[in-house]
Structures are given as C-alpha cells and as structure tokens.
Design a protein around this ligand. Structure first.
Ligand code: SIN
Length: 318
C-alpha cells in the first residue's frame, strides 16, 4: 500500500486563535479552535488523499514546555511508524515554533516529512493566513522525497536547523538567515532549493529513550541562557550558581562569540563548578567561527534558543 495519509497534530497558537471581531489582528486569544474544526474549514485539504487530526495540546506557544514536547515526540514517532502515513503536519504558535522544530528534528530525526506550520492572524480574522499555511504544509508533507523536519509559513519552507522568527507582525514572519530557505510552495507545488534536513541518528535514538523515561516529570537538564551586552556583569550566573541545579549555560554572545570580561569570569567559575557552557551569538546571520584560544565551545551554528535545546539533549545522553 502506498502511504498517503497525512496526520495533522494540533498544539494551539494564533492559527487556532479567536478574536471578538474579524478586524482584530492583535487582541485575540490564541489556542481556542480545535484542530478538527481548523481542518474542517479547509475542504480542499483532502483533494490529494486522506488526512487525520489529533489534538496534542491547546496552548499559546509562549507556554511551551517539556511535558508537551515529550508527548509531541511520542505522537510523531507513533504516527511515523504507521505504514499508511506519508507525513505529519504540526500546527503550532509562531513564538516558539523554532524551538519545537529543532527539538523534534533532534529527537525524532524522521525519514518521512514532519512539517510545522502556524499563522500570524487568528482563525477569526478577515483574511486568516492559517488555512493557506496548512494547505502548503500538507503539500510539503505529500511531496515525493520530502523528509526531515521543516517549517512552512507564507509559502516558504525552512529547515528546522535554520528557521527563526524574525518579525513580530508580518505574515512572512520567519527566516532561514543566510542559509536560505529549503523550498518555496507555489500553487501547491514545491520548488526545492536545498537538501532536506537530517539529524544524527544515534543521538536522536538515545535522547528519545531518555525523554520517554522523563516524560512530563522532573529530571530534564536545566540549561539557562545569559546574554553578553554592554555593561554586562556576572551577577546572573553567580545567582544561578548560588541557587544550584543549573547544569548548562548558553551565552548569547556578541558578534563572533565574544563575551564581556565580567560575564566571562563568572562563566569560568561556573565551568569550574561543573556547568557546561556553550557560546552562541546574538547576530541573526552567520555562525560563531572557532578561533585559536577559544575558552568555551561554540554552538555549531545554532542560535541561542536552539543551542539551549541541543545542550539539554546532550546533557541527557551523556
Ligand atoms: C503563539 O505562539 O502561540 C502565539 C503567537 C502566534 O502564534 O503567532
């Protein structure tokens, strides 16, 4: 049997948001409309094959956390293992979409497509962008040869590794930075520009095993993000050390990974106390390039929020 079912997992977000009036683009409540209803409102979604829906969560993605991530990874793996399933679409809020995309990429490393999508206007808007984004996401999930975790918004397909929310309001709110998009969706067809993303298989399997054990419970490694900036101090890092429990720190460093000397001194103390420290950059483009004498390892091209997820997973499997 040719796999042709697309499973659409709902998690909430503006795409499922409701406002009091259609003209209202800001004062709305996210995560109100169920995934069944969102999909029922797009009749042409079944034109090229069956779709199934499942509500995994119903939240504003600013509140995303480990319990939902564990459940989402479980459901993604469950459906990917079904022979009749061609791919998965996840509807998600835009605010932490890049973190969930990277998490699913790193722990599921799917050989079928897993496509996150979203909206910048609520479902009740005069011209909601959600339905077209969902249709585009389904087109990506149905594309022959598609694999790995990507995000689709405003007709642009971004790799889970590169995708970043870069705009607070516009419909085309995401960018892949200087890596560039993976593809465009044009009238339901894909114009592929780059290879599909893939993660390290062994690490994914090991991380998934730990996540299955941890579930919603405590025990997820605690990793915090600190930023280097003009006038930075080591006060936050010192406070974290005094409080205890922090296992990793990601520095959103300046430029090519440089850190204010006062913050750097505190980070060295943290490292000596057994805390793993990783350098990312505040810059939206480029990556931290290693230079001789670097004190802390760099994030391998990941921005701060994804570097935090990567460090958590790394702490889990060590
Ligand atoms: C959210 O991230 O859940 C709310 C904002 C959005 O989806 O654009």
């Amino acid at each position: 049997m040719k796999p042709q079912t697309i499973v659409i997992l709902g998690t909430g977000g503006t795409i499922a948001g409701r406002a009091a009036r259609p003209s209202e683009a800001l004062a709305y409540v996210a995560a109100q409309v169920g995934i069944d209803q969102l999909v029922a409102d797009i009749p042409s979604i079944t034109d090229n094959g069956p779709v199934e829906t499942e509500q995994v969560s119903q939240i504003d993605s600013k509140d995303m956390g480990f319990a939902i991530w564990a459940e989402l990874a479980n459901r993604v793996n469950h459906h990917l293992a079904r022979a009749e399933v061609q791919g998965i679409v996840i509807t998600h809020g835009t605010d932490t979409l890049e973190e969930t995309a990277y998490f699913v990429h790193a722990v599921c490393n799917p050989d079928k497509p897993v496509v996150l999508t979203c909206a910048m206007r609520p479902a009740t808007a005069l011209f909601p962008d959600g339905p077209q984004n969902v249709l585009d996401a389904v087109a990506v999930a149905r594309h022959s040869g598609a694999r790995g975790v990507v995000a689709v918004c405003a007709g642009v397909v971004h790799s889970a590794l590169d995708v970043q929310k870069t705009h607070t309001y516009q419909l085309d709110a995401f960018s892949s930075g200087d890596a560039g998009p993976t593809a465009y969706v044009e009238a339901g067809s894909l114009r592929l520009l780059r290879n599909w993303p893939s993660a390290q298989e062994e690490r994914a399997i090991a991380a998934m095993k730990t996540i299955a054990k941890l579930g919603a419970g405590p025990g997820w490694p605690r990793v915090e993000i600190v930023m280097s900036h003009a006038g930075a101090s080591g006060a936050l890092v010192d406070a974290l050390l005094v409080q205890g429990g922090v296992q990793g720190l990601v520095v959103a460093a300046t430029g090519n990974g440089t850190i204010h000397h006062a913050l750097e001194a505190a980070l060295l103390k943290a490292r000596d106390a057994g805390v793993r420290v990783v350098r990312s950059t505040r810059c939206l483009q480029g990556r931290v390039l290693a230079t001789p004498g670097d004190i802390f390892p760099d994030s391998g091209g990941l921005g701060p929020v994804k570097a935090r997820v990567a460090l958590m997973l790394s702490l889990m499997v060590l």
